[in-house]
Ligand binder design. Structure first.
Ligand code: DGJ
Length: 725
């Protein structure tokens, strides 16, 4: 792995054993993108003469006749020679809009410096190139940071903009990464959805003009995901080239793709410029979130395995990051708001019988919250429901030999709360306009230090009182009525980003106080399923939809970027509360084993034989949890293409694997096709641990594994554990 500067070609080259990223300085001044793909020794192509209609070369290169408008760039800026949308767009104090950013210096650092105020990947073993560009007239300075690691084909990028002049500069756009592709026939894949059907996979050809995905809701959201992938023609799970982008950010973002007049495809990722600006005072610096650029020559499967390595090795941070996770039982779908201590203890005792490790008390334990229309902000115990408060309940749960977990929603405030009555200006609101509630609640203004300080205190007190082992941190609505009582008119458009910086500050302060607690993030299901929060919380609730078949789709899409170890997945009751569909317990369990495993149903209503079955399921989960959560992950069949779905995890030494296949509706008189596996050792023989049948690794991968008959019953599962002989 190295980062070099070749003076004769004026080329910077970042590479590890498998991937290269190259850009050059045109005329020694303007960084032009040259190459990103499989490792090469060098690229001698002279972009200037090939792409410029004026036959420029390094000696004659100038901004005249706007050659930048046709050249692939590393840091395009709006208002100069390039008339396309770029990474950076500023307005000077006199209202003009132009920058002429030229190369000033570079440095190479071991590792990677953390991003001030923002989560980012850890830099163990990495190297970082920092390229400095300067605009001479305004003294604005831009640092482009590029990090490469030896163990994955991912390059991290972000930008730092410093005002070295004497007047304020208004940033209207500051993105994290841009790549200009000179490649025909690309397709774009994004993850879009809604509440209860998050992260569905959509692919379409890139055409001239604008396309992509974005959100302006103040959260990474259920509607889309801070991710996009460009792939070459014919790419599938195992073959073809993928150039993917993911952002370490929890707020409004854009992931845009524009094909220009010469079929050059510009892909950019970063904070959404809509409803954003930043007043950059002299001497201050604006830092963009970190973006990850992932190259795969092994299709989408290869891309996901790179992202999974990123998450496991460089993103998740908690002491639980690489460990087995407790099997939990959450009371939400068992009781909703209608519980008292007696009911909770009965549920917990049944959970203990079922060999569950952790009992989680969800929404409704505080203030007078009997429904979702009150009490957020009043984080004191509701003694009508819990006569001895959290402390006494937690003690009783612990005495049963269970761990105790608690739900909180620290970013929100109910208009019907003591907190709101005391501080009506603490929520995000637009002056005297009506405060538009969603789920009967308003959003706390986390751009304010006083609000954050109060919330850190009151939430930490509750967690201490409950002596908790686990926390579910929920967030159940997005932001509207954009305005903060603390920001003046010139700074209101900073609110979205200031909220996210405030969230990272508040969440970080709480999480750091409880290093032994397992934290799970949640946002009305999977509404903020992003890499940034995973640096603080090693798992996230994937969706409020616990229906086994819907979960196949949601978990399949989510797995494009995220490994099973971060995806909360529970077995729930039938008929399912979201779809009213009934699926066998075996199938619900097999699908929930695709993530951090738990239950979310009223165990007191299950007959003893089902509790016994659950004990068996839990023993199975424990026996292979490390493999399920941290094994090398392969998607085998897509639920977006047909009537079935399959995936598998393989141990690092390829000696163990677990394969799961789910068939949706039965179709009479159909013969199941063999399921071709992946990632095994073709030279080894494997035994199916349950049936004792023996197969060759080559046979399983090239011919396939026979599936059980699937035409007599809906939603049947085959789960096979393979062990090398
Ligand atoms: C939304 C979450 O996704 C649910 O699991 C549950 O915690 C509710 N909020 C509680 O209000």
């Amino acid at each position: 792995m190295y980062i070099t500067y070749d003076d004769s070609l004026r080329c910077f080259h970042l590479c590890n054993d498998r991937v290269s990223y190259i850009f050059r300085l045109a005329g020694g001044r303007y960084p032009l993108h040259v190459y990103w793909g499989p490792r090469v020794r060098r690229i001698r192509d002279d972009l200037l003469t090939r792409l410029s209609p004026y036959n420029y070369n390094d000696d004659t290169f100038s901004l005249h006749e706007t050659p930048l408008d046709v050249l692939p760039q590393e840091c395009p800026v709006f208002g100069g020679g390039d008339m396309r949308e770029g990474m950076l767009d500023v307005i000077h104090a006199d209202g003009t809009r132009m920058l002429d950013l030229q190369y000033a210096a570079y440095r190479i650092e071991e590792g990677k410096a953390p991003l001030p105020g923002m989560p980012s990947a850890r830099g163990e073993g990495a190297k970082t190139l920092v390229l400095t560009l300067r605009d001479a007239l305004s003294a604005l300075e831009v640092e482009l940071h590029y990090t490469i690691w030896p163990d994955m084909d991912i390059i991290a990028r972000h930008m730092r903009v410093t005002n070295g002049g004497s007047a304020n500069v208004l940033i209207e756009r500051a993105l994290s990464a841009c790549v200009d592709f000179e490649k025909p026939g690309l397709s774009l894949t994004t993850l879009s959805g809604a509440w209860a059907r998050e992260r569905q996979m959509y692919t379409r050809p890139v055409v001239p003009g604008d396309q992509g995905t974005s959100t302006c809701r103040g959260a990474s959201s259920v509607q889309t995901s801070p991710f996009m992938a460009l792939s070459t023609m014919g790419t599938d799970e195992a073959c073809g080239e993928v150039f993917a982008f993911a952002l370490c950010y929890s707020g409004s973002f854009t992931a845009s793709v524009t094909m220009d007049q010469h079929y050059l495809t510009r892909a950019m990722l970063g904070i959404n410029p809509f409803n954003f600006s930043w007043d950059l005072a002299p001497g201050s610096t604006f830092v963009t979130p970190e973006a990850y650029l992932c190259y795969s020559s092994e299709g989408f499967g290869g891309m996901s395995r790179q992202f999974h390595t990123l998450v496991h090795e460089h993103i998740t941070n908690s002491k639980y990051a690489k460990t087995e996770r407790p099997i939990l039982c959450n009371n939400w779908e068992a009781t909703y708001f209608g519980f008292n201590e007696e009911k909770l203890l009965a549920l917990a005792s049944r959970a203990k019988d079922a060999d569950i490790d952790l009992f989680v008390l969800d929404d409704g334990w505080f203030g007078h919250r009997d429904s979702d229309n009150s009490s957020l902000g009043d984080w004191y115990d509701d003694t009508r429901k819990l006569p001895g408060g959290l402390a006494s309940l937690s003690e009783k749960i612990h005495a049963m030999g269970l761990k105790f977990g608690l739900w909180v929603e620290p970013e929100m405030i109910s208009p019907d709360s003591d907190l709101y009555r005391a501080h009506p200006d603490w929520c995000i609101h637009a002056g005297d306009y009506p405060r538009i509630e969603a789920r009967n609640q308003l959003v706390l203004d986390l751009s304010r230090q006083d609000v954050r300080d109060y919330m850190v205190g009151t939430i930490s007190d509750a967690l201490r009182r409950g002596n908790v082992d686990y926390v579910k941190w929920d967030m159940n609505r997005n932001i509207n009525c954009w305005g903060s009582a603390r920001l003046d008119a010139a700074h209101q458009r900073e609110l979205g980003h200031r909220y996210i910086l405030g969230l990272y500050d508040m969440m970080g302060r709480i999480v750091r106080q409880f290093p032994d607690v397992l934290f799970e993030s949640c946002a009305g299901g999977g509404g903020r399923f992003d890499l940034a929060l995973m640096t603080m919380m090693p798992q996230a609730w994937t969706s409020d939809d616990t229906d086994a078949w819907m979960r196949c789709r949601i978990q399949y899409g989510t797995s494009l970027v995220f490994p099973p170890s971060v995806m909360g997945a529970h077995v729930s009751a039938v008929p399912n509360h979201q779809t009213h569909r009934s699926t066998p317990l075996e199938t619900r369990a097999a699908v929930a084993m695709g993530g951090t495993f738990g239950y979310e149903l009223d165990l007191t209503k299950l007959p003893q034989e089902e509790i016994d079955q659950i004990r068996g399921i839990n023993a199975r989960v424990r026996s292979m949890q490390k493999l399920l959560l941290y094994g090398t992950f392969y998607r085998l069949r897509s639920p977006f293409n047909g009537n079935d779905c399959a995936w598998m995890s393989v141990s690092e030494d390829k000696r163990e694997a677990v394969v799961t296949h789910v068939n949706a509706q039965a179709c009479p008189h159909t013969k199941p096709m063999p399921l071709r596996l992946a990632g095994l050792d073709p030279e080894l023989d494997y035994v199916d641990v349950d049936s004792g049948r023996i197969y060759g690794g080559d046979e399983l991968m090239y011919h396939g594994m026979p599936l059980r008959k699937i035409d007599q019953g809906d939603y049947l599962t085959t789960q096979v554990v393979l062990r090398a002989l």
